[in-house]
Design a protein around this ligand. Structure first.
Ligand code: ADP
Length: 403
């Protein structure tokens, strides 16, 4: 069974075509700069085999529809393609960022589901509209093929009210649905399942802290396999220090900047999302550059690393308190998989809670699930690569089989 996974952003689309009988990737690709003069399309066919072939083109890609049309053209090309026709695709799985309170599970897309995703646009104005575009384009390109929405927020719908409510006037929740939703749910759920598999236990019996550290960063407390708290909030801005996003700040910063610095809401919002985090502190948002700069004595780079890892550690402490018993801590995503220094500093001084890393194991880039903790560590620490596309394909397959 072949499943196409689509992650449609405002000016780009990422896609992957998977053969679900063995979960192999037949093709993966990226369509960028949609709507600009020089669009870009890259497609890697058979990326996991010796027949691997990369096709790259720079050309006008007027809109999402034309971009996906070109991608399908490459996938079905009679010389190079990986499928004979688009009819080979049995389902299309879509990443949808905000499912609000309506979606606890991946869902077969119907008109009512489309309307509900639309209704959530005010909660994710930058993400849900391009996600919707991707769905409409795929419906058009693959008529009659089941389309499945996999929501970033769904895994966190199990968070209880005492953890998802902000202490704001209750009417804001009733009327505007202002609350914590959490994101990266597909990744947290995927690595939690992988961790349970590696530990030879059922996820329903495990308490985990999963730490997704990429450009976006979040941490989730998982009790008996279910998310009970997470750091991202109403929007993907709360919590940990990210590449360009601030994470937690005193909410009064907004009022201060508006009153004293003449900033309006849009510029404050833009600053907190795009000019803050690691970038705000030291001018760089790639952790590899930050390490290079630390090595040449850049104190701001060191500060950025310290601020990020201190915030991580603080939330690990909070989630130890939330969960009581913790069986394992999992690191994932670009920084979490590759950066032993960040992992080490995040868990520094937590030996008293039964957490200790094996320095040799921790000093590696993780390519497949690896135990990073020492033999003495009561709580295991794992590095587990995330794979959101595979997770979306698996979820889509499950929905399809349940239809
Ligand atoms: P996204 O949130 O965009 O999916 P990723 O999970 O791919 O991001 O993470 C991207 C980040 O991972 C980069 O900005 C960089 O900071 C970090 N990263 C990637 N490779 C390494 C590495 N070898 N060492 C340290 N950090 C890395």
């Amino acid at each position: 069974m072949k499943i196409l996974v689509i992650n449609s952003g405002s000016s780009s689309i990422k896609f992957q075509l998977l053969e679900m009988t063995d979960e192999s990737v037949l093709a993966l690709g990226l369509i960028e700069r949609i709507g600009e003069k020089e669009g870009f399309i890259r497609c890697i066919l058979h990326p996991e085999t010796r027949e691997k072939r990369t096709i790259e083109r720079v050309e006008l890609i007027a809109d999402h529809k034309s971009g996906m049309h070109k991608a399908v053209g490459i996938l079905t090309d009679s010389d190079t393609g990986v499928i004979s026709s688009s009819a080979d695709i049995k389902a299309v799985g879509h990443r949808v960022v905000h499912g609000g309170e309506a979606f606890h599970q991946p869902t077969l897309i119907t008109d009512a589901v489309l309307a509900a995703i639309k209704q959530n646009i005010p909660l994710a104005p930058l993400h849900n509209p391009p996600n919707l575009d991707g769905i409409l384009v795929a419906q058009n390109l693959f008529p009659g093929v089941p389309q499945i929405a996999v929501f970033d927020t769904a895994f966190h719908q199990s968070i209880p009210p005492h953890a998802f409510h902000y202490a704001l006037p209750y009417e804001l929740y009733e009327e505007q649905r202002i609350r914590k939703y959490g994101f990266h749910g597909t990744s947290h759920k995927y690595v939690a399942n992988e961790c349970a598999y590696q530990m030879g236990k059922s996820l329903e019996r495990l308490n985990l802290i999963t730490i997704h550290l990429g450009n976006g960063c979040s941490m989730t407390a998982i009790k008996n396999g279910r998310s009970v708290d997470t750091t991202l909030g109403l929007t993907p801005l709360e919590g940990l220090v990210m590449g360009t996003r601030s994470g937690d700040v005193d909410p009064a910063v907004h009022a201060y900047l508006a009153r004293n610095c003449g900033m309006d809401i849009d510029s404050i919002d833009g600053m907190l999302n795009k000019e803050s985090g690691l970038k705000g502190l030291c001018g760089m948002n790639d952790m590899r550059d930050i390490h290079d700069q630390i090595a040449s004595g850049n104190e701001r780079a060191r500060l950025a690393l310290e601020v990020q890892t201190y915030r991580n550690r603080k939330y690990v402490g909070a989630y130890l308190a939330v969960l009581g018993r913790v069986d394992a801590i999992v690191f994932t995503a670009g920084i979490g998989e590759n950066d032993g220094v960040v992992r080490g500093k995040t868990l520094e001084g937590l030996e008293i809670f039964g957490i200790s890393l094996d320095p040799v194991a921790n000093n590696q880039r993780v390519k497949s699930p690896v135990l990073l903790s020492s033999k003495e560590s009561r709580i295991q620490v794992w590095g587990i690569p995330t794979n959101e596309e595979l997770a979306i394909a698996r979820e889509s397959k499950t929905v399809l089989e349940g239809c």
